[in-house]
Design a binder for this molecule. Structure first.
Ligand SMILES: N[C@@H](CCC(=O)N[C@@H](CS)C(=O)NCC(=O)O)C(=O)O
Length: 217
């Protein structure tokens, strides 16, 4: 689907608490591509995702949803792949590696992070990163998920600074999952904590973090 619409017609719908890791991923992707876009925030607690004007277009009634001109798309992975194809290299920076095997590896990590580690997502919600919510020690299930995450992260990052030989959007997803632990003082080996911190130093992520600190939410 090539819309041919002006760049200025990109609109990303996110949640007003700015806690969604999926919205974060798409936000960073748009920034990394250097695309101008409007960020529209919906208050999910007040049910704004059920607003008729949103429901009429968003298939999932969830964030992230992206509007590109008159086209609407939900699901973060679908949006990321759309952006990569609609705004391709070399004109726009890559979100996914050029090499097919590396690209598959990046998608493997993205798939894992969205389908696995549920106890970590439940007990270390991103609210605990961005909003400093109080936390309990990890349950035994979440502790097992922590160990699994750290083992997998060490394997996919072995010998390099990212999942692929250059930055990919999955680095933001993996760093965010690790930050859930780091932010709460759960044990994370230094190289993995450093990796998460270096991904979060990227200007696009810093812009997101600045938004989460802004008082007007
Ligand atoms: N699989 C989706 C997950 C999106 C998702 O779970 N969004 C949540 C916020 S983190 C949402 O919109 N919840 C509101 C609702 O379900 O009513 C993706 O990758 O985009």
């Amino acid at each position: 689907m090539s819309s041919g619409t002006p760049l200025g017609e990109l609109e990303l719908f996110g949640n007003s608490r700015l806690t969604s890791p999926y919205v974060l991923s798409v936000y960073v992707a748009l920034k990394e591509k250097g695309l101008p876009f409007e960020l529209t925030l919906l208050d999910l607690e007040k049910g704004e995702q059920h607003r008729p004007d949103f429901v009429a277009h968003s298939v999932t009634n969830r964030v992230p949803t992206l509007r590109h001109g008159q086209h609407w798309l939900s699901e973060s992975l679908a949006i990321l792949e759309y952006l990569e194809e609609e705004f391709p290299a070399p004109r726009y920076p890559r979100l996914f590696p050029e090499d097919r095997l590396e690209r598959a590896r990046v998608r493997m990590v993205q798939g894992l992070l969205r389908s696995d580690f549920l106890p970590i997502r439940e007990e270390r919600s991103t609210e605990t990163i961005f909003c400093g919510e109080p936390i309990q020690p990890l349950s035994s299930k979440a502790e097992a998920a922590r160990q699994r995450l750290l083992r997998i992260a060490a394997v996919v990052l072995e010998g390099r600074n990212g999942i692929a030989s250059r930055f990919s959007i999955a680095d933001v997803d993996l760093a965010t999952m690790l930050q859930r632990l780091v932010a709460n003082g759960d044990p994370v080996p230094e190289p993995l904590a450093q990796y998460a911190s270096s991904v979060w130093q990227r200007p696009a992520v810093q812009e997101w973090l600045a938004l989460t600190r802004a008082p007007q939410r």
